[in-house]
Write a protein that binds this ligand. Structure first.
Ligand SMILES: Cc1ncc(COP(=O)(O)O)c(C=O)c1O
Length: 414
């Protein structure tokens, strides 16, 4: 008898649909395609030899701890180190305010599991990180998008959305935000906005989940203080990660927040994975406490800055002026907005793939619909030459579209 799998799956699995990023992966990752789609770190920037040396010495000298299960909340040394790092940035963070997670993705998942009942509204940026929205939705959270501009989420949009929800008898639990070099737009939320959003969070009794995997990859100076640092009410939960500043393969991130909240998160984490990777945590600790990671971040900033500059210069040179793009001060992404009379970005992607160039169209990043003329371009993976070539090829395609549109435009004054 054939198994009808649909009869076996729990209802919560229906809420998670395949990410369009993954859908396009097969096409975009073909070797002949210059892909601006995936937002992974550059493999070439992994410090392989230093990692190999540290791993080998961990297994040799520290096997009892490095290869064994560890505490659910994370190893003591790394928690002490990371809470100290948070304090150095001006935050109030003791060891009891910080746990280790399997990347910040697990942090979003655990928080959603602890905070969200099916049907609960959750505020997100519009556009927002797809993986964050996916975790929220998987527990039945209903994402409500807050409009963004070049300074970050718009406070007026936030208040309007909150008032609308309250009028319907609904109270959102938290606002999920990526304040530095946001995925997907590259936007960094200004200090003024952070302060305003915290005021709104306090007024409406809302938590803020601050996901910051990119803040240290800053190419033009530093970012404003974190929400977590500015917060005086323990409303903010901060998620950090080693994925972009060291390697994602160790799956190590951290969560800082109120002890009462973290105690609940630890209980839930225990049922998920017992503990985060012991060897990964020991590796992260060894490389952090002697300053290696900080020095590596400086090198990464030099390398990624060149790629960021390469992409922005190529866009400036090859895109028609009607096509707008963001100028991120760090991170991996720039956000492109096409004129309304262009084909949709989904159609543009199909055309670009024929020319062996890929990106991610914007629709999937929107929770309230929209984004049909937007796209995310990542500069983190392709080499400098491919960045220039790929943007030139795509730019030539855009100019062809421009000239078609101009041909069809009714002549004025005839
Ligand atoms: C905004 C954002 N949050 C979280 C993640 C996942 O990071 P981690 O590897 O720490 O789970 C990513 C990865 O791309 C991301 O862009």
């Amino acid at each position: 008898m054939n198994i009808n799998w649909q009869d076996f799956f729990a209802r919560r699995t229906e809420r998670v649909t395949g990410s369009q990023i993954r859908q396009f992966f097969a096409l975009t990752e073909r070797p002949e395609v210059i892909s601006f789609a995936g937002g992974f770190p550059d493999n070439e920037f992994f410090p392989r030899e230093d990692l190999a040396r540290t791993m080998a010495s961990l297994v040799k000298e520290d096997a009892r701890q490095a290869l064994q299960y560890g505490p659910t909340e994370g190893i003591y040394e790394l928690r002490v180190f990371l809470s100290g790092k948070m304090r150095q940035a001006g935050a109030r963070c003791e060891i009891g305010n910080l746990i280790i997670t399997n990347g910040s993705q697990q942090g979003i998942d655990l928080l959603s599991r602890v905070l969200v009942n099916p049907g609960d509204p959750v505020l997100v940026e519009e556009p927002a990180y797809i993986g964050g929205m996916g975790a929220i939705k998987s527990y039945g959270g209903v994402t409500n998008g807050i409009e963004m501009d070049e300074e970050g989420p718009r406070p007026e949009s936030m208040v309007k959305t909150l008032e609308k929800l309250i009028a319907r008898g609904l109270k959102p639990k938290f606002f999920y935000t990526v304040p530095n070099f946001q995925n997907p737009t590259g936007t960094t939320t200004s200090l003024e906005r952070r302060i305003k959003i915290l005021e709104i969070a306090s007024r409406y009794d809302l938590l803020v989940v601050e996901d910051d995997p990119y803040g240290e990859l800053a190419y033009d100076g530093t970012v404003p203080p974190s929400y977590y640092t500015l917060d005086r009410e323990q409303r903010v939960v901060f998620l950090g990660s080693y994925s972009k500043v060291l390697i994602p393969g160790i799956r190590i991130g951290w969560m800082a927040g109120a002890e009462t909240l973290l105690e609940k998160v630890i209980l839930i984490k225990q049922t998920t994975d017992l503990c985060s990777s012991s060897i990964g945590q020991r590796l992260a600790y060894r490389l952090s406490h002697d300053g290696y990671v900080n020095r590596h971040i400086e090198r990464l900033c030099d390398l990624y800055r060149q790629k960021r500059n390469g992409m922005l210069e190529a866009m400036q040179q090859y895109f028609p002026p009607s096509v707008k793009f963001s100028r991120p001060g760090g991170g991996f992404f720039t956000w492109v907005t096409f004129p309304d009379n262009y084909p949709t970005s989904r159609e543009l992607l199909e055309m670009a793939l024929e020319r062996k160039v890929a990106f991610v169209h914007g629709i999937g990043f929107y929770s309230n619909g929209g984004g049909s003329h937007t796209a995310r371009f990542s500069f983190s993976q392709p080499g400098l030459d491919d960045i220039t070539t790929g943007i030139r090829i795509f730019g030539e395609m855009l100019w062809e579209i421009e000239s078609e549109l101009n041909k069809n435009r009714p002549a004025v004054n005839q």
